[in-house]
Design a binder for this molecule. Sequence first.
Ligand SMILES: Cc1cc2nc3c(=O)[nH]c(=O)nc-3n(C[C@H](O)[C@H](O)[C@H](O)COP(=O)(O)OP(=O)(O)OC[C@H]3O[C@@H](n4cnc5c(N)ncnc54)[C@H](O)[C@@H]3O)c2cc1C
Length: 440
Amino acid sequence: MDILALNETLVTYLFGTSIIAIVLGVYFFMKFRQARRTISLISEADKTGKRNPLLLHPQFDLAACIGCGVCTKVCPEGDVLGLVNGKVAIVHGARCIGIGECARECPVGAIIIGLGDISTRDDIPQLSENLESNIPGLFVIGELTGMALIKNALAHGTSVIDHIHATGSENAHVVIIGAGPAGMTAALRCIEKKIDHTLVDQGAPGGTILHYPKRKLTLVQPVKLPLYGTLNKGEYTKEKLLEMWLHLITKYKINLKEPYRLTAIDKTETGFIVKTDKSDIPCTHVLLALGRRGTPRKLNVPGEMMEKVAYKLIDASTYNDNNLLIVGGGDSAIEAAVGLAAQHGNKVTISYRKENFFRIKKRNEDQINDMIKRKKIDAIFSSQVTEIHEDKVILKKGEDVIELPNDYVFVFAGGIPPFSLLHEIGIRFGEVVESKVDVN
Ligand SMILES: Cc1cc2nc3c(=O)[nH]c(=O)nc-3n(C[C@H](O)[C@H](O)[C@H](O)COP(=O)(O)OP(=O)(O)OC[C@H]3O[C@@H](n4cnc5c(N)ncnc54)[C@H](O)[C@@H]3O)c2cc1C
């Protein structure tokens, strides 16, 4: 090999290694920057209390995680997960609603969706793998178990009735309390399996869906509904879902009693007596499908009884040219504020007792921050409503008293969940056996 050829090889070699070194340098720099950003997000989320998951959330097998980051990109809620030191980590656990894209897309199966360690929690009933409580014959299904989402509610409703059917249901009478997605599904499955049933609800059928804002698009992962078939469109409007429930109630003659409010359950030798505010219903099995909304929490301030005070917003477009106060800082409050601010001539103020918005979806956080910046919405943090009058509201912020002109007040202060009723019934909390109901 002559000198010229050797030089050429050397130059090519040096050029090649330099390119590789630059590419690797850029790659590691990007990784480093990404990890630093994630660590700063985690520390921020820790401070604001957004890191701890509430209900269903991803749990990892870190030994199996290859740090590809697919899980961090597919999450529709955004920033629930991040990568630190080449491994997945929880960033905003409170934003997780258990959709499970991360688990489905993980190429090495290192993620499962579950409730994690709930031994110290007093809001998750202790259930067997068939969702039976510590009281034999009394089951808990749907969101009350700690598992949100319509697909889980439907899977629970079907599987519990299948379990009752498999264990002998010739003389069974099942009382299902709650006509949301879980209870409705259980009732349909009873009809399909020819099991005697009564479905009761304190309000109208539809459950939480009834309280969604008008035309809200609801994401429903493909799931089978007894006597109907598979819900596989991906997105349904609130109205479409409700129309479907009402149609099924009439078509299959669901034995629905409403408005009947559950007040107590007594155990008898042969089953139960379900006590409601209207009548007592004897039965062999009870399914509690009460959801977690409970009754809306009130402000307990003078003027709250006025008609202008509401605890939900169904149709923002009916409010124009009004002074409006939203009380609360969760997702429902933010969605209502954004919806109302988009209508003609409204002046929207949010009063929130905390220092910042806490545990809200990324999409809502971005939207509200943008609207506050553009002065479309005013947010008064660390404030409380003290009085409501015909044409004004009075807020207190520290020592300051703030008076605002007002036409309507919307209170989104959460609900009082039905846990005390469950305690009275004798249901134990806090030690869940992983459910064997297939919700995937
Ligand atoms: C704003 C919002 C948006 C959502 N969007 C989606 C979405 O896009 N996709 C999705 O999959 N999930 C979504 N969810 C979650 C979903 O709505 C719930 O997970 C689902 O409705 C739970 O069904 P459930 O039958 O367990 O309870 P619920 O739907 O809450 O129904 C419970 C029923 O029990 C009744 N009840 C309660 N107490 C009593 C009593 N003492 N006596 C008699 N009846 C009683 C209630 O009146 C109610 O009808 C959303 C939730 C909210 C709040």
